[in-house]
Write a protein that binds this ligand. Structure first.
Ligand SMILES: O=C(O)C(=O)[C@@H](O)CO
Ligand SMILES: [Mg+2]
Length: 257
């Protein structure tokens, strides 16, 4: 089986954020990821990781005004200064948390700008972020997210577009974050997509479809895909980014199958 990381924005939400680290460790996870650490001092988060014996696998760059509905800054013309600040803040946390993967949200398609302008803005921002990440030994991840159900208006909403952007960015420390739940909604053909692009995939996330619940609750054949990842020698992490159908603990049985 691959290495599974608990996503603490989705799992163990029965308890406050600081408590979730030890719950993840007690449930057998060795790594954690979450959306954002910025509500807490990095030294506190580092302490929770250390006490639980966990590796910090991944978190996101600040993504604009999340509460107001923003979902990243990278494709937004006119927001480059704020984007640069978000890169700096994420890198400060990554160094203190010893985290070598950062995910950069693309943003929602803004009205009044053509596709060429959004793409040029995105590519320039991603190259800037990649070079700063390289200076601390980190990989920058970009993730296709479905815009049909979970994030209407999201700009990077196609898996092929994600791989095409990787080619254009042309930085060896930029990889694709393949969230198999989103990929299933966007296009399916999961096994072939993994097999054809393994070297360009820097992180994987899982949830079943429909519902975004734990593996085994929907149409995706996760035992088959986990076997495939083992057979292909995928050495990265698989983030458990799903909404437990009932409780987190009750929904962990799929790992033993
Ligand atoms: O929504 C997802 O899927 C993610 O991986 C998040 O990090 C994006 O906010
Ligand atoms: Mg995801």
């Amino acid at each position: 089986m691959p290495k599974f990381a608990a996503n603490l924005s989705f799992l163990f939400t029965e308890q406050p954020f600081p408590e979730r680290f030890k719950l993840a460790a007690a449930a057998g996870f060795r790594g954690v990821e979450y959306l954002f650490p910025y509500d807490y001092p990095a030294a506190d988060v580092a302490g929770w990781l250390r006490e639980a014996g966990l590796e910090q696998v991944l978190f996101n760059l600040p993504a604009g005004d999340w509460a107001a509905g923003e979902r990243g800054l990278a494709c937004l013309p006119g927001r480059q200064g704020e984007f640069a600040e978000s890169v700096e803040r994420a890198c400060e946390y990554a160094m203190l948390l010893d985290c070598s993967r950062l995910h950069c949200l693309a943003g929602l398609r803004p009205p009044g700008h053509d596709e060429a302008e959004l793409e040029a803005t995105y590519l320039a921002n991603i190259r800037f972020a990649a070079d700063r990440c390289a200076s601390i030994g980190a990989t920058l991840l970009i993730e296709p997210i479905n815009s049909r159900i979970d994030m209407p208006g999201y700009w990077l909403d196609d898996v092929k577009k994600g791989f095409c952007l990787l080619d254009q960015v042309d930085r060896s420390n930029v990889k694709l974050q393949l969230d198999l739940y989103h990929a299933q909604i966007i296009q399916g053909d999961l096994a072939r997509t993994i097999e054809a692009n393994l070297g360009r995939i820097g992180h994987i996330q899982i949830a079943d479809n429909p519902g975004r619940h734990e593996p085994g609750t929907g149409e995706i054949n996760y035992p088959f895909l986990f076997n495939l990842l083992d057979r292909l020698g995928y050495a990265g992490w698989v983030g458990c980014e799903y909404k437990p159908l009932t409780t987190t603990e009750a929904g962990l049985g799929w790992r033993a199958q």
